[in-house]
Design a protein around this ligand. Sequence first.
Ligand code: DC
Length: 229
Amino acid sequence: MIEKKYSIAIDGPSGAGKSTLAKAVAAEMGIVYVDTGAIYRTIGYYVWKNNIDPKDAEAVAAALPNIKVDMCYGDDGLQHMMLCGEDVTDQIRLPQISMYASDVSAIPAVRDFLLDMQRDMAKRYNVIMDGRDIGTVVLPDADVKIFLTAPAEVRARRRMKELVQRGTPCTFEEVLRDIEKRDWADSHRATAPLRQADDAVPVDNGKTDFEESKQLLLRVIKEALAVEK
Ligand code: DC
């Protein structure tokens, strides 16, 4: 008998803590964490590396047949991104790739290209998947949908801490500007814009620390799954 899989969708703007929290929740629940932003970043990285204009929809669409994107889980249990056979997990985190990922993610051909890959993960595993359109487009029937937010200043401060830890110098103003620019672009694009699904539970983690936010998410998820069953 095939056991029914469940899926948890977490959407929200950049730097809301989706990936850190989703990773911790996945570890606690023993399920697979899928970071869909990393998949868009991989396309963004290819486009950047090959000097393609990320806003040129035709040029990006023409490059897609040359792009082989795979996702695998390393011995560390973490999601690794492979681009044409090369592990680009670290490279896709370069700050300049963020806006490339946001630009290419507005192109419908790119979203179509990546859709099956994301849905396939949810068919095979119990997943917690984070992104911008998981509850609205990728997994509209997800068992649990959460919309995670925090004020832009709080998100910029957290993102800055992460970048500094990774050895990337930056100022608060630069990070805040990048976050606000991406918020606008991600929520105003025509295809699959960032928006809260009608049936998503909104969670603002601007005032809660990591542990409190994690416990809050676990409570929301467990209550929703208990109702489902
Ligand atoms: O989550 P992130 O910051 O790593 O995502 C990078 C970009 O990818 C983000 O600016 C918007 C885009 N993205 C998207 O359009 N849809 C998703 N499901 C995930 C990310």
